[in-house]
Structures are given as structure tokens and as C-alpha cells.
Design a protein around this ligand. Structure first.
Ligand code: ADP
Ligand code: MG
Length: 297
């Protein structure tokens, strides 16, 4: 998935711990081969390569993941959209981009984006992208999903406690060997050495998504790698979003969505969801929180 995973388990001894960790790694690799858009023969690539041509039969697991992704698109008024992927061709966040793409290029790429053109057939278990050139990608939800699945599998084989950290997509369960809760430190990316909050994560997930690692600066403006699927322009104004939710998959997708929705709309939406909280750091380093998070000085 192009990102680092850290896996922590509580076990009797290091031999058993390593076995558990290897089991988790295998599960994550299995998911990667299902959802990767890089490997040419994944089911996801098959769907993409047949955009505008024909529906593709996929595993129930992938079908269900895509269905849930579409639900999140509806929940966020399209801020989150796995069909964002055709815009990856014009916005590049690897230093190869020297100027903003032209309006014409942006309009042409947005024309291929839209979750309503992802056609699902439950009976046939097929996925069809209606428009030629359309693409789906799981960059904003895949790591969270993998973290959830790895956690689920480890619990099923009897691991009492642990942490799956998929590059900032964290999932915890159980307690530390000394009986205390797992805690996560939230840092201000503009001042990385200082954590400003240390919060318990009890059998749930916290995901931090930031534009401090992947972004480009063009004409004095900082563009993040998260793109508004409705306009084709990268989001600006926010440097990091942390979302707490029962599952990493939802937290991951919502963290990305808040970037696109912006501070006010983002917090409003999060405040409507039971069991979901969020912390936003804006470009000025100011901290904004959802209703049930209180951070004192
Ligand atoms: P990170 O990978 O930094 O944790 P995210 O989880 O927010 O960040 O995922 C960002 C990735 O999601 C981008 O690199 C891109 O692949 C994809 N993406 C960008 N914009 C959107 C969007 N509006 N909806 C869904 N996926 C997106
Ligand atoms: Mg995300």
C-alpha cells in the first residue's frame, strides 16, 4: 500500500508474538492484492481497465468495500469519492509538478469523477464504471480497512491486546500488559516535537491524515494530496485531521473528507455522527475540535 505498518501485540513470549505479527502481515498483503491499483492483475485494476466497457465480477469482500465507500460519499455530499482517481493523472505530488494544471485539464479530469457512475449489481456481484477513463482507488480508505481486518483476525486467533498502526491509521484493542489503556499522542504538524493531546483509544480507531508529508507549493499556496472531487482542486487551509471512530475504515475516509469539506462543514458533519470525534489543525496552527473533545492548555 506504499505505506509503513507497525504492528504491536501482547503475547506470552516473542516467538508467539512474531507468529501473530506474521499472520497480520499476510492478511494485509492479501488485502493489498485485492485493492491495489498498481498491480496490473488485481480485481481493482480489472474494474479500472474495463471502465466504459463492461462490468467486472469481483469478490464479495471488494464489492462490499466499494458499497461502503459509496455510502460515505453520500454521507459527505461527495467530498469523499473513490472515483477521484482519474485526477491523479493531473495532480502529482512527487515534485514533478511545476505549475498548476490548466483549467481545461482540471475540468476534463473532473468529468470522469463521480460515485454515481459506479454501478453495482449485487446479484451478479459486479462493478461497472460507466465512463471510459474513470478509475477508482482506495488511497483514502484502504489502509483503514486493512487495519480493521488485521485487528479482527488477531482477535479471532486469541490475541488479547494490540495496536495496528497503518501510517497513522491506528486501531487498538485490549489493554497494555500493565493494565493501562492504549493512548495516542496527537501532535501539531507545525511543531512536531510537542504533542498537544494524549488521548486514550479504547477498542476503537484513530486516524490522522495530514498534508505535511504529501503536498506541493505552487505560487505561494500549499496544495494537499487530497483533492475535492467536485472541483478538481486540492484542498487548502487544513494541515492535519485526526478522527476517532469505532472502525479505522470510517475514520480514514472521514479524515480525508474533513480536509475537503473544510473546518466548519467538516465539524458540523462529524458532530452529527454518534461515536465519532475529530481534531483539526489549520494552516495557522490553530486547533479545532468536535463537541466531545476538550483540550485544555
Ligand atoms: P494519508 O494517505 O496521508 O493518510 P488519506 O487517508 O487522507 O491520507 O488519503 C489520501 C489519498 O486519498 C490521496 O493520496 C489519494 O490517493 C486519495 N484521495 C484524494 N482525494 C480524495 C477524495 N476526495 N476522496 C477519496 N480519496 C481521495
Ligand atoms: Mg483517509
Amino acid at each position: 500500500m506504499g505505506s509503513r505498518f507497525d504492528i504491536t501485540v501482547v503475547a506470552e513470549d516473542s516467538v508467539q508474538a512474531k507468529q501473530y505479527i506474521n499472520t497480520a502481515i499476510k492478511e494485509i498483503q492479501r488485502i493489498e492484492s485485492l485493492i491495489s491499483s498498481w498491480s496490473k492483475d488485481s480485481q481493482t485494476s480489472l474494474i479500472n481497465n474495463n471502465a466504459g466497457i463492461t462490468p467486472i465480477k469481483v469478490d464479495k469482500e471488494l464489492f462490499d468495500l466499494i458499497s461502503r465507500a459509496i455510502q460515505i460519499s453520500k454521507l459527505t455530499d461527495g467530498a469523499f469519492d473513490i472515483s477521484y482517481a482519474s485526477m491523479d493523472k493531473i495532480w502529482k505530488f512527487d515534485d514533478s509538478m511545476v505549475e498548476i494544471p490548466s483549467n481545461k485539464e482540471i475540468e476534463a479530469s473532473v468529468a470522469k469523477v463521480g460515485y454515481s457512475n459506479i454501478i453495482l449489481d449485487k446479484d451478479q456481484s459486479t462493478v461497472f464504471l460507466k465512463l471510459k477513463g474513470m478509475k477508482i482507488g482506495f488511497g483514502a480508505i484502504g489502509k483503514g480497512y486493512a487495519a480493521d481486518k488485521a485487528k479482527k483476525l488477531l482477535i479471532a486467533i486469541g490475541v488479547d491486546a494490540g495496536i495496528i498502526n497503518a501510517s497513522g491509521d491506528m486501531n487498538t484493542w485490549g489493554k497494555q500488559p500493565d493494565g493501562s489503556d492504549w493512548k495516542v499522542a496527537i501532535t501539531n504538524p507545525l511543531n512536531k516535537n510537542n504533542a498537544f493531546a494524549l488521548l486514550p483509544v479504547i477498542n476503537k480507531a484513530v486516524v490522522t491524515s495530514g498534508n505535511y508529508e504529501k503536498y506541493v507549493v505552487l505560487g505561494n499556496k500549499r496544495y494537499s494530496h487530497i483533492i475535492d472531487p467536485r472541483t478538481g482542486y486540492p484542498s487548502t487551509g487544513i494541515v492535519s485531521v485526526s478522527v476517532f471512530a469505532p472502525k479505522a475504515e470510517l475514520a480514514d475516509a472521514l479524515a480525508t473528507s474533513v480536509f475537503v469539506m473544510g473546518i466548519e462543514t467538516g465539524l458540523n458533519r462529524i458532530n452529527q455522527l454518534a461515536g465519532v470525534e475529530c481534531i483539526i489543525v489549520d494552516e495557522q496552527g490553530k486547533i479545532h475540535t468536535s463537541n466531545h473533545i476538550k483540550i485544555d492548555n
